[in-house]
Design a protein around this ligand. Structure first.
Ligand code: IDP
Ligand code: MG
Length: 142
């Protein structure tokens, strides 16, 4: 299994609900290491760029509006098979379908306010990490 990095976002609803610690605990217990971290509030333009792949979908405007309501926590997570491992720890996009014990099963508020974002492939992980972090600010062990 390859050593990888992936981008994780803790979404505004979970930052405001004091769920940062509970969520990071699941990543760390699951074998992922936090190697970069930053709290910020996305502008509307930044949110639209980040979620460009979903432009035109019925949920796009609601997603952009939600993602700019308050600060998010961006992190680079690192470890063996980190991209898929993070997706497994996150659980399904729809929290009603998320397996027990996953972040979304425990912390999501709704389909839109589903606690976390995680990159879905090596190419998106690279682009999404670069969206938030400079190489010099990532404390990689790879
Ligand atoms: P993912 O976050 O599990 O990768 P994507 O399909 O990439 O899911 O969708 C991005 C985000 O858009 C989701 O995390 C969720 O917040 C929102 N979203 C996706 N599908 C829907 C929907 O059908 N209704 C409302 N929001 C949605
Ligand atoms: Mg996605």
């Amino acid at each position: 299994m390859p050593q990888e990095q992936t981008l994780s976002l803790i979404k505004p609803s979970s930052v405001s609900a004091n769920q940062i610690g509970g969520i990071i605990n699941k990543f760390e217990k699951g074998g992922l290491k936090v190697v970069a971290m930053k709290m910020l509030r996305l502008t509307e333009n930044q949110a639209r760029d980040f979620y460009d792949v979903h432009r035109g979908k019925p949920f796009f405007d609601e997603l952009i509006s939600f993602m700019t309501t308050g600060p998010i926590l961006a992190q680079v997570l690192e470890g063996e098979n980190a991209i898929q491992k993070n997706r497994d720890i996150m659980g399904s996009t729809n929290p009603a379908e998320a397996a027990p014990g996953t972040v979304r099963a425990e912390f999501a508020h709704s389909m839109t306010e589903n606690a976390v974002h995680g990159s879905d492939a090596p190419e998106t992980a690279e682009t999404e990490i670069a969206f938030f972090f400079e190489k010099k600010d990532i404390y990689s062990n790879i």
